[in-house]
Design a protein around this ligand. Structure first.
Ligand SMILES: Cc1ncc(COP(=O)(O)O)c(C=O)c1O
Length: 388
């Protein structure tokens, strides 16, 4: 006899991660070394060598539980960002921090506002906890702050903003964000999810920390999974007011951040050269990919992240399958209600070339069957009100 789970689970479509290399290798009988994963916005340069050295030393101590207070890491982050340790919490990836925030603040019946085509975990966490998610649409692939502010009601507890936005790679700029923050009632927490923060210095994006310094009810989420290359260790952090951090600490499981992750994070934060190198690689890669996508006549948004969002006249799932057979894993975006789009992580130069070659092959196949001419893409994008 099956036992009925909580009713709210009926409403949840589980998160689908980027397909792992090992799974593709198994399913298609390929050599894992011949596969390029460009599906989860990881850092293809790998972790900082400093982090790797620190990890090697720490491996023999995994018989000990981690430091539950995350003392060294909190101290380092507090020094770097000029805040107090009591305004910080560390998570098993920033997704765990999203859950903690939900557990601390969302009661059944509460409303949460987030864009409809934004990071899917906002919706999942809200529904898990019996909250109601209100999801205004994007405008020209960008988060519509006006629509978010207008969606706030007396029942609203949280507003989630992925800036830049996953999966569309677009950004909200500082002046827009400042104006938005002025409109937010004092009893609403605005979550600035800045997972791609390290990729946007000098690009006029808001820094959520400034709003914390202004005394606003904000939570700023950052991760070590992207530019710092530590996705496999699972570690992220949040800044907020002491009171909000205290509430999140109450719903935190003991030892939520493992020993290796804490040690690697401290070492990685000390290696800003590696972050800079990663940033440069992404900037060069984007220039190359934009040029090649232009040649293919495909539409993409200007990316403020380490991935590119490409909206095409084809089915995204079909592109994904075709590229998979060439050993290139990208992300189809049907679950984000972009049936024709794919998301591709900017890789190493040879990986970017391989992606383009495989995509070109797919498009030439379509052309051969008379299923495509280049002007279609442009019309497709203009139809959505965006100039390519
Ligand atoms: C906007 C956004 N937030 C959070 C995350 C999750 O990151 P983490 O690996 O720290 O859980 C991602 C990862 O893709 C993301 O794109």
């Amino acid at each position: 006899m099956s036992i009925k789970a909580r009713r709210v689970l009926d409403e949840i479509v589980p998160y689908i991660p980027g397909k792992p290399i090992e799974e593709v290798a198994r399913e298609l009988g390929m050599d894992p070394n011949s596969i390029d994963k460009l599906a989860s916005n990881e850092n293809p340069l790998g972790p900082s060598p400093r982090a790797v050295n620190a990890l090697k030393k720490a491996l023999e101590e995994v018989n000990f539980y981690p430091d539950d207070s995350n003392y060294n890491l909190k101290k380092k982050l507090a020094d770097i960002f000029g805040i107090s340790e009591s305004q910080l919490i560390i998570g098993n990836g920033s997704v765990e921090l999203l859950l903690m925030l939900g557990l601390a603040y969302i009661e059944p019946g509460d409303e949460v506002v987030a864009s409809d085509q934004s990071f899917i975990m906002y919706r999942i966490v809200t529904k898990m906890l019996g909250g109601t998610i209100i999801e205004p649409p994007l405008k020209n692939y960008k988060i519509d702050l006006d629509a978010l502010a207008s969606a706030i009601t007396p029942k609203t507890k949280l507003v989630f903003i992925s800036n830049p936005n996953n999966p569309t790679a677009t950004a909200i700029f500082k002046d827009e964000a400042d104006e938005f923050m002025h409109r937010i009632p004092e009893d609403v927490i605005v979550v600035w999810d800045e997972a791609y923060y390290e990729y946007t210095p000098g690009k006029s994006l808001p820094d959520g920390l400034d709003y914390l310094h202004d005394g606003k009810n904000v939570v700023v989420l950052r991760t070590m999974s992207k530019a710092y290359g530590l996705a496999g260790l699972r570690i992220g952090y949040a800044f907020s007011k002491e009171e909000i951090i205290r509430n999140m600490m109450k719903v935190r499981l003991p030892f939520n951040v493992n020993r290796l992750a804490q040690i690697a994070a401290v070492a990685a934060l000390d290696d800003q050269e590696h972050v800079e190198k990663s940033r440069m690689m992404v900037e060069d890669g984007k220039r190359y990919l934009y040029r090649e996508l232009d040649k293919l006549g495909l539409f993409y948004t200007q990316s403020y992240t380490n991935f590119i969002f490409v909206d095409t006249p084809f089915n995204g799932r079909e592109i994904y399958e075709a590229l998979l057979h060439d050993g290139v894993i990208v992300r189809p975006l049907g679950v984000y209600n972009f049936p024709n789009a794919i998301r591709v992580t900017v890789g190493l130069p040879e990986q970017n070339k391989r992606f383009i070659a495989s995509l070109r092959k797919f498009i030439e196949g379509k052309r051969g069957k008379g299923e495509y001419n280049a002007s279609q893409t442009v019309e497709h994008a203009i139809g959505k009100g965006v100039s390519p």
